[in-house]
Design a protein around this ligand. Structure first.
Ligand code: SF4
Length: 199
């Protein structure tokens, strides 16, 4: 929003990336509620791409070729994705709500539409996770070499890094490990006593 007030608004190719939870416009998926369930369902739909054989004609020969369509109806029409990118480019700097609105208007997925614009953008606004995880950057085609990285609200960075790289261990996982460590420690302790007590 701040960028809109500057002279750069119409001059920079800008794209703003958000989560599926913020940008998904498939109501069947959106109604699942939690970010995890929305992500999982969307990825399931991507896997469920249907392959259908369609007839093609050429050189007086009839044949078949395989046409692949995405499981999510919001991604089936590639020309709508093109229209989305074109509308976003025409509007200059847009935020997540604007992207979702254009996606709804055009009838195509703004989440994937925005991601497709990363490679050609001058300015990419994105969440910490997409910036800090190498795998996320690679999946976006985001190359930081020779780029200027500005971290907003940097005091949140340490917490974000901690939450990205921590993992939970349940008590049923922890206690068997603890038991093994205790047994090994006792064996080592007894062995050391045995060695040091020899004349
Ligand atoms: S492709 Fe887009 S609209 Fe479809 S489920 Fe995924 S995020 Fe939602």
């Amino acid at each position: 929003r701040e960028l809109k007030r500057t002279d750069f608004s119409g001059k920079l190719r800008t794209v703003c990336l958000g989560s599926r939870k913020s940008l998904c416009i498939n109501m069947d998926v959106q109604k699942l509620g939690s970010a995890n369930r929305i992500n999982e369902r969307c990825l399931e739909l991507q896997k469920n791409k249907k392959s259908s054989k369609i007839k093609v004609e050429g050189d007086n020969k009839k044949g078949h070729r395989t046409k692949t369509s995405c499981g999510c109806p919001m991604l089936r029409n590639r020309s709508l994705q093109k229209q989305f990118r074109s509308e976003v480019s025409d509007h200059g700097a847009l935020d997540i709500e604007d992207l979702a609105q254009i996606g709804r208007k055009v009838g195509t997925c703004p989440y994937y539409g925005a991601r497709d614009m990363v490679r050609s953008a001058d300015l990419v606004v994105l969440p910490y996770q997409s910036l800090l995880l190498k795998s996320a950057r690679e999946s976006l085609g985001l190359n930081l070499k020779n780029s200027v990285v500005i971290i907003d609200e940097a005091h949140n960075l340490a917490d974000s890094l901690t939450s990205m790289y921590n993992s939970k261990v349940t008590s049923s996982q922890f206690f068997p490990i603890w038991r093994h460590i205790s047994i090994d420690f006792r064996m080592f302790w007894e062995l050391e006593i045995d060695v040091t007590s020899r004349p």
